[in-house]
Design a binder for this molecule. Structure first.
Ligand SMILES: [Zn+2]
Length: 277
């Protein structure tokens, strides 16, 4: 496996910064550089629309500026679907995301694994684990050298509490977790230093120290309503300073993507606080 090996924690927004003059990937990367940030998540959430020429230019730019690119797979993915066509389509969307990111010279793709629907937790686990086994094998066959990551999810209707996500990753090449602190705050109420340490301890216990040196993290504020709407950090009670302190203490390496609606504003605040620790 020859994925990018991060030498520090990189900071970027979930998508092209608001400040970018044009809302395309290449202008986005240029704007990341101007802002003094060093990562950006490509949002394939409504479909993978990145042609190979743009991907190749994105790769050159990101290399030149030492920016790490990540991606977010489509929201329509459901790796627990019991309908054959939906399941296959979900695998296809994950693979297309991985390919587009790989061609862009990127690092890591996060995936919302799916919904329990009528499945028991055990049935859902079985199906999602098998899906990631297949994805791991296909990534290897295709030679897409990127991580693919089940994300920890907020809602109880969605597959992806911390234990499920870690168990999915265990024993599979190319598969590591995407730890979304806002989602875990919503789902489990975890919002203090002890909880954040516990999350990282569990990552290390399941997947080893290497996992802490190859993190893909999401953070934002989150509204404790039914939908778990993303908020800007200072409009929420998210203990983001404590998250960063724990990440620093654990010498976590990888990419931290900020999903606040104000995108680069909170990302800059996070990066500044982290660097001053
Ligand atoms: Zn997500």
């Amino acid at each position: 496996m020859h994925m990018i090996k991060p030498d520090k924690l990189y900071f970027g927004p979930a998508g092209v910064p608001h400040k970018a003059k044009k809302k395309d990937t290449l202008t986005g990367i240029e704007t990341i550089k101007e802002l003094g940030l060093n990562a950006m998540e490509l949002e394939f959430v409504y479909g993978v629309k990145l042609n190979e020429e743009v991907a190749s230019k994105a790769k050159d730019l990101a290399n030149q500026y030492k920016i790490i690119l990540t991606a977010h797979a489509p929201y329509y993915v459901n790796l627990n679907s019991n309908e054959e066509s939906k399941f296959k389509n979900s695998i296809r969307m994950v693979m297309e995301s991985a390919k587009a990111l790989y061609l862009s010279g990127g690092y890591s793709v996060c995936v919302h694994p799916g919904w329990y629907q009528k499945s028991s937790k055990e049935e859902a686990f079985e199906r999602v684990k098998n899906a990631f086994k297949t994805i791991s094998r296909m990534i290897k066959e295709e030679g897409y050298e990127v991580w693919v990551r089940p994300e920890t999810m907020e809602g109880k209707a969605k597959f992806g509490d911390l234990d499920e996500v870690l168990a999915v990753c265990e024993g599979l090449d190319y598969i590591l977790p995407c730890i979304d602190f806002a989602h875990l705050r919503f789902r489990n109420g975890w919002n203090d230093s002890e909880s954040f340490k516990e999350i990282l301890n569990r990552v290390e216990d399941s997947l080893g120290k290497e996992a802490l040196r190859n993190m893909h993290i999401h953070i934002s504020g989150i509204k404790m309503d039914k939908a778990g709407t993303h908020l800007n950090l200072e409009e929420s009670d998210m203990k983001w300073r404590e998250v960063l302190e724990v990440l620093k203490e654990y010498r976590t390496l990888g990419v931290l993507i900020c999903e606040s609606p104000n995108l680069e504003e909170d990302t800059l605040m996070l990066k500044k606080y982290y660097e001053e620790l």
